[in-house]
Design a protein around this ligand. Structure first.
Ligand SMILES: Nc1nc2c(c(=O)[nH]1)N[C@H]1C(S)=C(S)[C@@H](COP(=O)(O)O)O[C@H]1N2
Ligand SMILES: [Mo]
Length: 567
């Protein structure tokens, strides 16, 4: 590019003593303003949420709405494929989308403050609505969104005020500033103007470096980056503060001893084969599946359970009142409908809780109320057949898991656990509400997303050892794993090699029909590549089906099959 091209029409205009065409403010000022204002809103929102009550922070509330609005395949992918890391991925995605909208709002605000403020108001309203529709919403819930929106509006107005309405700054404007006589000659402008002349990429009008920047630039940048920096501290800081409060409250919980303790574990619950999943899954190893972007953090003192809907005597319980009721302790295996054949979304724990059947008997459900809709503090819903909760199985409002208060990720302070039903229709965490309803009146969260309304756990079995693809030495080897036929119990497990006959495995002991069962089978491994398969038979005589099916809509089926090489 030649020097001639570098100076352009503006320079000629300048030379001719004409005003250079006004160049609008560079767009990135607006983008930065919008991002800074939004960051500030999130930071303020997070701090106000930490001070007034956990799950109402705008990012979480709006994020929750976004998650709820996402199409099933996207969510399925996110929730099940990266089930542990999806939260981070989703939050990053939301922040990215938010940044784009924030930039648009900022650009609008720099053109006309009213437009920008309208954009902020839309965001604020989404935040208020999102938090107010959380099932545990109190008067305090909209506060973080309102405070965040006010802060954003204030910052936008301030940022806009630091900049002139049009940042550039024609040669004529500049020369006008040089003296009251308004001589207008380019040579009279102050020194910085006589810097290098650069073409402006968007308009082709030359910009005078240095003075070509809007005069309030420094203050603008300090404010904008300052707000972003403050938000970068406030968002995690606010969350940590609140989480620490909840962790302290959890540590202070003293679980009552059960009036109906769990059966003593028979010594032989273990098949005694190395490599088999432990009978009791440690809390830290228990799979986690939920739609929550950030783990809902509820203090027991704020917790309430409303039992209402189609009942004769609605009931509200505090945590203290719940703990005062008779406690039942049971080993119950929980599994996720998204568990693939051979998958790991299944675990077994010793739960402590209150009988749901007893509570339902007290509220007296109406005859047609065939569905109990459970709601979590973050708006998740599950629908459980009323009959399943009242048929005498150990359906629990659990407060304890393996001798500890529920871990926060597993539903602290209170969750449901129902033997024999997949988690998505029964195991609501961070529970706040039980509403007696009917299947014809209400479809719960995953049912609206194409999963089945009724979802008993399908009989499954898994080979834990040897692992798939393993190389073994010829001779005796132990094939072993776990099998579950929830609420019916496993009566037999069979193994076959290649297409040989099904052979009886040995079964370990179990405390009840509601847990998985370890099995083992001694194999005389012969050289070559082999295929191992397993299937379980339940106490009703039903043989686990070999028909392969994916998890949607009501649980995967098929025989777990692995290949090994024997040398
Ligand atoms: N509040 C809430 N509870 C929930 C879910 C959820 O998304 N939100 N997911 C359910 C599903 S699909 C399963 S499989 C179990 C998993 O419980 P866990 O994370 O303790 O293993 O929780 C259930 N309870
Ligand atoms: Mo699940």
């Amino acid at each position: 590019m030649s020097a001639k091209q570098l100076s352009g029409a503006g320079a000629e205009a300048q030379e001719a003593g004409l005003p250079a065409p006004e160049r609008p403010l560079k767009q990135w000022y607006g983008e930065l303003a919008g991002v800074a204002a939004t960051a500030l809103a999130l930071g303020v929102g997070e701090l106000v949420a930490a001070a007034t009550g956990g799950p109402s922070a705008p990012l979480v509330a709006v994020g929750g709405v976004a998650v709820d609005a996402a199409p099933t395949p996207v969510k399925e992918f996110a929730v099940t494929v990266f089930y542990t890391y999806d939260k981070l991925a989703l939050q990053a995605g939301i922040v990215l989308v938010l940044a784009v909208f924030a930039a648009i709002i900022g650009v609008m605000a720099m053109r006309r403050l009213g437009y920008g403020l309208a954009g902020v108001a839309v965001f604020g309203t989404i935040g208020v609505l999102a938090s107010a529709t959380r099932s545990s919403a109190t008067w305090a819930y909209p506060l973080p969104s309102v405070a965040g929106a006010l802060a954003a509006a204030g910052l936008l107005a301030l940022l806009r005020r630091t900049l002139p309405r049009r940042a550039v700054v024609s040669a004529r404007d500049l020369s006008d500033e040089t003296g009251p006589d308004g001589g207008g000659a380019a040579q009279e402008v102050p020194a910085p103007v006589q810097g290098v002349r650069l073409p402006s990429s968007d308009t082709g009008v030359p910009v005078v470096d240095g003075v070509g920047q809007p005069p309030g630039r420094r203050r603008f940048l300090v404010l904008a980056y300052g707000a972003i920096g403050a938000a970068a501290v406030a968002v995690p800081g606010g969350r940590r503060l609140w989480a620490q409060r909840v962790a302290a409250a959890r540590a202070a919980v003293v679980l009552p001893s059960p009036s109906s303790p769990a059966p003593l574990l028979p010594a032989k619950v273990s098949a005694g084969v190395p490599g088999v999943t432990k009978f009791v899954t440690a809390n830290a190893d228990f799979y986690r599946i939920d739609t929550a972007l950030t783990v809902p953090q509820m203090e027991p003192k704020d917790w309430r359970l409303r039992i209402h809907g189609r009942v004769k005597r609605p009931l509200t319980l505090t945590y203290e009142q719940l703990l005062a009721r008779p406690m039942v302790e049971r080993y119950i295996t929980l599994s996720c409908v998204s568990n693939e054949v051979g998958g790991e979304l299944v675990g077994n724990a010793r739960w402590l809780g209150v009988s749901i059947k007893d509570l339902l008997d007290e509220v007296e459900p109406d005859d047609g109320a065939d569905q109990v809709v459970s709601r979590s503090v973050d708006g998740y819903t599950a629908g459980t057949p009323t009959a399943a909760l009242r048929d005498g199985r150990d359906a629990l409002l659990a407060v304890g898991m393996n001798g500890e208060p529920l871990p926060v990720e597993h539903g602290f302070p209170v969750r449901m656990v129902v033997p024999g039903l997949y988690g998505y229709v029964s195991a609501t965490k961070w529970l706040t509400e039980l509403e007696l309803s009917s299947f014809s009146d209400f479809s719960a969260y995953w049912v609206r997303r194409d999963y089945a309304a009724l979802a008993p756990v399908k009989t499954q079995s898994r080979i834990d050892t040897p692992t798939a693809g393993k190389r073994l030495e010829r001779g005796p080897a132990m094939v072993a794993g776990v099998a579950w036929a929830q609420h019916h119990g496993v009566s037999a497990v069979e193994v076959r090699v290649d297409d040989g006959p099904w052979q009886q495995a040995m079964l370990a002991a179990v405390p009840s029909v509601d847990t998985w069962r370890q099995w083992s089978w001694p194999w005389q491994a012969t050289p070559g590549k082999h295929r191992l398969q397993v299937r379980a038979i339940d106490h009703t005589g039903q043989v686990q089906t070999g028909q392969a099916h994916k998890p949607l809509p009501d649980g995967a089926t098929g025989w777990h099959t692995i290949k090994v090489t024997v040398t």
